[in-house]
Design a binder for this molecule. Structure first.
Ligand code: SAM
Length: 530
């Protein structure tokens, strides 16, 4: 959308940006992380940075390591004024964007360098160090980085910033570390990046860098359903920091929702607290922030009472999961068919009763082919099933990544049915649980769209001695708040939440101990064992 703007170059830039975006496929744009910053947002970011720099940034030496068509340079000009900008450099890999940025901004002071920033920054021809970096780096995910490139980036981040970056980190993490290493000491930076690193293990090194290597001033996280770039499915955060060690007692302003100028919630978090926090998206703690961690790390958690495992990945649900009646009609031997739950989308109930064969008492019963007979034996004994499986071989299913690793290839991962399950992804705000807990009284197992919860320790004993208490367990799971679940899980742009077994395991289980105090003693005994 073209917004009215007084600077005619900015008006032209927006038109050129739209034309360049239209000329590239989504796949191409994803590969190079080409999602431009709306100019109004770039201006808001620049204004905020200006407000915190005070008089410390009299002469601005600007840089954007991934300049695109120059939304941030346009904002820097609008906010700081050309008179205050002593030098300005933008690096861009894509020659289309590079030419556009040069055409637009070279005459008004921007030096556009064509090339890969991660190489330029390490070379002798690296431009003059900036004291102001405004950036929206490419959000290229780690699996789109070639192995050699990733190793080069890891070695470089270690050499230039002293940080060992986890191999699961996306390109933006390297951009931030390398550009900050390049910056002048005392300079300021604002980065618009995906908020994912705030919660996941592979973000730990970046979080440590932000608490110890620089002075983090502000972290503003946009509400996940407010996707900053209409076309990029990520939720974003703006980090503003100064390249300078943090002063003692430093506190960071965490804001959430709304805009940078008018956030919905804010809080000041001491660095010491931040260093101890696994998840940063729980700040600021406020009713509008959907994410909270539930356990303080000391109390019992679901992981103390359940072994939690993701459901099975079949390699091709379409092929291995069949309508039960259809499979029986075809004459497939029952002993090689296992009941399996339908996708959560199609599961209408959260309490699954069993029929006389222990299949879920639901419409559209499904079964999973799971057979351990070698092919020759299967062909001789059960030719009908063998013939069906041959169609999978023809379709290439047999050669799929997961399937080809199994022996025989139609033998599934082995899982016992779990009495409780939790859906793996979903939506929901405020108190509403984004994931559904399911009480499974059938022998069905779940695919990887579910997490499977197997009672263990004191809870397993309790259920063995008092099977009727399963209903209470289910009720307690239903009381886990939506805030807790979102706080432990992760959120994607557009508001989709996901939760991994280790994250669900961290949810507080204090309510279980309140209900059955005898569970506490089983926990203590476990603690003593280690
Ligand atoms: C997310 S866009 C942001 C563009 C611009 N800064 C903005 O805010 O609108 C990232 C830009 O980085 C460019 N890019 C991708 N990989 C790069 C690299 N290795 N070096 C320099 N630029 C790169 C892309 O072509 C894209 O224009």
């Amino acid at each position: 959308m073209i917004t009215r703007h007084e600077n005619p170059i900015e008006v032209r830039r927006q038109a050129i940006q739209a034309a360049l975006d239209a000329g590239r496929s989504d796949a191409e744009r994803n590969r190079l992380g080409q999602f431009a910053t709306p100019n109004a947002l770039a201006i808001e970011i620049a204004q905020y940075v200006k407000s915190v720099t005070g008089r410390r940034l009299r002469a601005v030496r600007f840089a954007d390591p991934a300049i695109g068509t120059g939304s941030f340079y346009s904002a820097a000009l609008a906010v700081f004024g050309s008179g205050r900008i002593e030098s300005a450099v933008g690096v861009e890999l894509d020659s289309g964007f590079c030419d556009a940025a040069r055409d637009l901004w070279a005459e008004v002071g921007l030096d556009v360098v064509h090339g890969d920033f991660t190489r330029i920054v390490a070379s002798r021809c690296c431009p003059v160090a900036p004291n102001l970096v405004l950036a929206n780096p490419p959000y290229v995910r780690h699996h789109h980085l070639e192995r050699e490139d990733k190793e080069r980036l890891q070695a470089l981040a270690y050499r230039m910033a002293g940080i060992t970056v986890n191999g699961l980190a996306g390109l933006y993490v390297y951009f931030l570390l390398l550009a900050t290493a390049w910056m002048e000491d005392g300079g300021y930076a604002a980065w618009l990046i995906p908020s994912e690193f705030m919660d996941v293990n592979y973000g730990a090194a970046l979080k440590r860098y932000l608490t110890d290597g620089v002075t983090l001033i502000r972290a503003h996280r946009f509400a996940p359903d407010d996707v900053q770039f209409g076309d990029a499915l990520v939720s974003s955060v703006v980090l503003v920091f100064r390249k300078k060690g943090p002063p003692p007692g430093h506190v960071v302003e965490f804001t959430f929702g709304g805009t940078i100028r008018e956030p919905q919630a804010c809080d000041s978090i001491p660095l010491d607290q931040l260093r101890e926090s696994r998840k940063w998206t729980v700040y600021p703690s406020h009713a509008t922030n959907d994410r909270r961690t539930s356990s303080d790390g000391d109390g019992p958690t679901l992981g103390d009472f359940f072994r939690i495992q993701r459901g099975i990945a079949t390699g091709s649900n379409k092929f291995f999961v069949l309508d039960r009646r259809d499979a029986e009609r075809r004459g497939f031997p029952k002993c090689y068919l296992r009941p399996v739950l339908p996708s959560p989308r199609l599961l209408k109930t959260t309490v699954i009763e069993a029929d006389e064969d222990s299949y879920p008492l639901i419409e559209g019963q499904l079964c999973l082919i799971d057979c351990d007979l070698p092919e020759a034996v299967l062909q001789a004994r059960h030719p009908v099933l063998w013939e069906y499986l041959q169609t999978g071989a023809v379709l290439g299913i047999k050669d799929g990544y997961l399937v080809s690793k199994r022996s025989p290839w139609y033998r599934q991962e082995q899982r016992d049915p779990a009495p409780f399950l939790c859906t793996y992804m979903g939506r929901g705000s405020h108190e509403k649980q984004p994931f559904r807990f399911i009480w499974n009284r059938s022998q069905a197992i779940g695919t990887n769209l579910y997490l499977m919860l197997y009672p263990k320790n004191g809870l397993a004993r309790l259920l063995r001695d008092h099977p009727d208490r399963a209903a209470d367990v289910f009720a307690l799971l239903g009381r886990v708040s939506g805030h807790e679940l979102r706080g432990e899980g992760r959120v994607y742009g557009g508001g989709l939440n996901k939760i991994e077994p280790s994250e669900l395991a961290r949810i507080s289980a204090a309510a279980f101990v309140d209900c059955w105090p005898e569970l506490r003693s089983t926990l203590q005994r476990q603690g003593e064992l280690f």
